[in-house]
Write a protein that binds this ligand. Structure first.
Ligand SMILES: Nc1ncnc2c1ncn2[C@@H]1O[C@H](COP(=O)(O)OP(=O)(O)OP(=O)(O)O)[C@@H](O)[C@H]1O
Length: 513
């Protein structure tokens, strides 16, 4: 199965099993907006808990807030979003399709890498054991040509983005002979800037309408509450403020399912430090965040950092944590050293002093900030794509199993009476009722036990608890483990402890401390 096929199956599976639905589906959908179904919402909430508790509960010096989506419009002037939160867009006149100019160029760069990989594969087949990949990459004329093209286009693009040179971006597209994927033509318009913020009006128009924005990031809600939290919480630098919430961006090209949405959720933490210490903290947070991702056990080789060449207007260092999705390595989290840009600008624009008095140094200053910013939805996609497996079983059978880490699994256990008679359903119901105060558990008595196991495998339930005739005699049940399909006999009295141990966050947190 190719990665593309895998991804299509994953999207279909997410819908079929109640993880994710296209928004407004009965009205033919709304582009790049999705709804979470009964399993999806549980998974998403568990991801949020994993983040929140590892940030706020495990760190003595990080606290949380929940700020409003609507904020004073001046905030977005101060943050630079009104002036600079733009993407360069270009239209193809034949297909009438709109693209991000930098994304078209990045796709072209990725194609050069694909061509190099193909050359390597061909040569490997030809030379077999004797193939020396490193030497081949250095000496093969076609590879050298592809590499040179790729590197030249990449540095031109970085320079054009840094200088905000829209004409040059268009010229790169023309010179590289990039065609529209739909029409196949090179009939391109000029490149224009497109602001990604959604606008709306507050108050009735007759009273004098006031344009406000749906926040494009949650971070600004933290900055404008810096003093409130610092003073009321008597926080001492270094300290952090964390927040989970919705953000909205009018993305030009929305693609790859929930990877790029117009309404999405972010988990952001702004860490306030002494000026001059920010790069040290940036390094620390890079390591901390990478171990948070790796603790999920999807394989360290699927993660990498991508340090930025082009820094945002507010940053003096930035990196992305990238995960290898079925469509390649892509950003799931950004870690940015944001300097004193945001607090400094809010001080300027609001006219209110935003300073911290450092009792250790006896100085007052505007703190510097290191931010970690991760998309909840991209984490959901990461978990889903890492977990999906189609397995061939003995006897010609197959199953789809979601190897979702137990702490994140939507349903922790399913309680299944072997048959619908002889008092087994009643005992199973009792077990379900006892467990549901602590865990999300399901009861299922329909269909054969095999079919019920398959249904739970497909949503990633770690444990199936089967009540059979022996249960009536010795108060034990069969527990079937999702991944190994092994079965063990467990006393009813021990179920709660076993599920707590296996599905709690303790095991994940142990890897972080
Ligand atoms: N349109 C979106 N849909 C879903 N998640 C998003 C979207 N935009 C950003 N995010 C998430 O928020 C995180 C932090 O936002 P940030 O502004 O750093 O993203 P970004 O660098 O603009 O992302 P990209 O380069 O993919 O547009 C990202 O790492 C991502 O996980």
């Amino acid at each position: 199965m190719t990665q593309e096929e895998l991804f299509k199956k994953l999207v279909a599976h997410s819908k079929e099993y109640g993880f994710i639905f296209p928004s407004s589906e009965i009205y033919d959908g709304l582009s790049a907006v999705y709804d979470y179904g009964q399993q999806g919402v549980e998974l998403k909430n568990n991801i949020k808990r994993y983040w929140w508790e590892s940030m706020v509960r495990l760190h003595d010096n990080i606290v949380g807030i929940d700020s409003a989506i609507f904020m004073h419009p001046k905030i977005w002037e101060a943050s630079g979003h009104v002036g600079a939160f733009n993407d360069p867009l270009i239209d193809n006149r034949d297909s009438k399709k709109r693209y991000r100019a930098d994304v078209l160029i990045e796709d072209f760069i990725a194609k050069q890498d694909e061509k190099i990989a193909k050359e390597v594969e061909k040569a490997r087949k030809r030379f077999g054991e004797a193939f020396d990949e490193a030497k081949f990459l250095e000496t093969n004329p076609r590879v050298i040509e592809h590499k040179a093209k790729r590197d030249a286009v990449h540095s031109r693009m970085v320079a054009a983005l840094n200088d905000n040179n829209l004409e040059e971006l268009r010229q790169i597209i023309v010179d590289s002979e990039i065609v529209c994927p739909i029409s196949g033509t090179r009939n391109w318009t000029e490149v224009r800037q497109f602001n990604l913020m959604f606008e709306t009006k507050m108050g009735s128009v007759s009273e004098g309408a006031n344009t406000i924005y749906l926040r494009p990031e949650t971070a600004q809600g933290i900055f404008v509450n810096f003093l409130n939290v610092q003073k009321t919480g008597r926080m001492k630098i270094p300290f952090g403020i964390a927040q989970i919430g919705k953000a909205f961006r009018n993305e030009i090209v929305a693609r790859q399912f929930i990877f790029r949405m117009r309404e999405f959720e972010q988990m952001e933490m702004q860490f306030f430090v002494r000026p001059g210490e920010e790069l040290e903290w940036f390094k620390k947070w890079k390591a901390t965040r990478m171990s948070w991702h790796r603790a999920l056990g999807f394989g360290d080789e699927h993660y990498r950092f991508h340090d930025h060449d082009k820094l945002a207007h507010y940053a003096n260092a930035a990196t992305d944590v990238e995960y290898e999705f079925p469509f390649g390595f892509k950003e799931v989290e950004g870690i940015h050293s944001r300097t004193d840009f945001d607090l400094g600008n809010h001080q300027k624009f609001s006219g209110k002093k935003i300073q911290y008095f450092d009792t250790e140094t006896g100085e007052s200053y505007v703190p510097y900030v290191v931010e970690t910013s991760i998309g909840v939805d991209r984490m959901v996609l990461q978990v889903l794509s890492a977990s999906y497996e189609e397995q061939q079983l003995e006897g010609g059978e197959s199953r789809i199993v979601m190897h979702i880490p137990a702490a994140l699994a939507p349903v922790k256990a399913a309680v299944l009476p072997l048959v619908k008679k002889d008092g087994l359903p009643e005992v199973a119901r009792d077990i379900q009722h006892a467990l549901k105060c602590d865990f999300n558990v399901q009861y299922d008595e329909k269909d054969s036990i095999g079919k019920r196991y398959r249904r739970q495998d497909a949503i990633g339930t770690p444990f199936c608890i089967t009540v059979d005739h022996r249960t009536l005699e010795d108060k034990t049940v069969t527990v079937r483990h999702r991944d190994s399909m092994e079965q063990q006999r467990v006393a009813i009295a021990d179920l709660s402890g076993m599920i707590a141990e296996e599905t709690g966050f303790r095991k994940l947190f142990a890897k972080l401390c």
